[in-house]
Design a protein around this ligand. Structure first.
Ligand code: TRP
Length: 345
């Protein structure tokens, strides 16, 4: 049976929060167990350098994110789990792709365009404060994907354009060098995966400072949940589930049946304090076994390091190194002793 290759990168910035868990980690780990798929999950630490330039935090975040995925059940014996910067063939391929990528296409990348728009709005030079790294981001991402000939790339809507670009660069390379070197990847956007609201009701995101860290202690979790924004209806008054962050959070951690019962409790006028207590118990029940594993892993960072290195070294030997050898050959970065004397005439 030919396997579908599914590949996702996780940018190593920040501390994992419940939005990451519900929106990315939990569905990805479930998907990684599906038969017929070969999964690739990697820590996109080169990408993280575009935004975060504090070395201690970069290291810390990489460790925390690796530990989070392992604690949630990612099995490094069954999926490829590695760190981008352990695979030097990725930046090498980035250059080969850079040389076929249209600059005009990169000019149209949403993240870059948004940065230019902000500059214009502030009357600054178009490219003020914009690094070449931000501009080249889609090429590095294309290399991540194309190097392993991934078929499917589960991403959020905001990343779909990057997958289109990876297809474009891959196609150009195939065309110029006259062979199907690269599989053209497809974005897989899962509309069923909820975006989790944060404490203030907006999307849970580090940039809004409204997150619930995934591995907060029981006490900290309880406190954070107590701080979720609600309306001012008193106990006994019916409450709206629509637009209630508290309700949406509950739903992300409960069965359909329990969610229906919670909705009924809202209609029956449950007090916000009780509702928060129920939400807390619900989240803690799911997270507390993961928290234990996470803490055990965080206490042994050398083991995490070894897991990542092992993943990368097997992946290089089986895929990345031979692939780059073929690509170098294809573009003419060749052994000079093998030069064709026929062409020279
Ligand atoms: N850009 C992605 C994000 O911000 C992370 C990422 C890097 C990625 N390389 C990738 C995702 C390759 C999918 C495939 O979410």
């Amino acid at each position: 049976m030919s396997m579908t290759r599914v590949l996702t990168g996780i940018t190593t910035s920040g501390t994992p929060h419940l939005g990451n868990y519900v929106g990315a980690i939990r569905p990805a780990i479930t998907a990684s167990r599906a038969p017929g798929t070969e999964s690739f999950y990697f820590l996109a630490d080169y990408h993280s350098l575009i935004k975060a330039q504090d070395p201690v935090r970069t290291q810390r975040s990489t460790l925390e994110i690796a530990a989070a995925w392992l604690a949630c059940g990612l099995d490094p014996d069954k999926v490829w789990f590695y760190r981008q910067s352990d695979i030097p063939e990725i930046p090498e391929l980035t250059w080969l792709l850079t040389c076929v990528a249209g600059k005009g296409i990169l000019n149209r990348a949403h993240a870059y365009k948004a940065a230019v728009d902000r500059n214009r709005a502030e009357g600054e030079d178009d490219d003020a404060g914009i690094s070449a790294g931000l501009f080249m981001y889609p090429v590095l991402m294309a290399a991540d994907i194309l190097i392993f000939n991934a078929h499917k790339v589960p991403v959020g809507r905001d990343q779909v354009q990057h997958i289109e670009m990876a297809r474009d660069f891959g196609q150009r390379f195939n065309h110029i060098y006259g062979q199907e070197f690269f599989v053209l990847p497809e974005a897989a956007v899962d509309d069923n995966v909820a975006t989790l609201p944060g404490l203030d009701g907006r999307k849970m995101s580090k940039s809004y400072d409204n997150t619930i860290p995934m591995f907060a202690s029981r006490e900290a979790l309880k406190k954070l949940i107590a701080g979720i924004l609600t309306d001012s209806r008193a106990p006994g008054e019916p409450k709206d589930t629509d637009g209630s962050a508290l309700f949406q959070l509950y739903q992300a951690f409960a069965s359909a049946q329990d969610t229906a019962a919670f909705a009924q409790a809202f209609a029956d006028g449950i007090g916000w304090g009780d509702a928060k207590q129920q939400l807390f118990e619900r989240i803690d029940a799911e997270v507390s076994p993961l928290r234990e594993k996470y803490e055990a892993l965080m206490a042994r960072p050398a083991e995490i390091e070894a897991i990542l290195r092992d993943g990368a070294s097997r992946l290089r030997a089986q895929h990345a190194t031979p692939t780059l050898q073929r690509l170098r050959e294809a573009v003419g970065l060749r052994d000079l002793s093998q030069v064709s004397t026929v062409d020279a005439k």
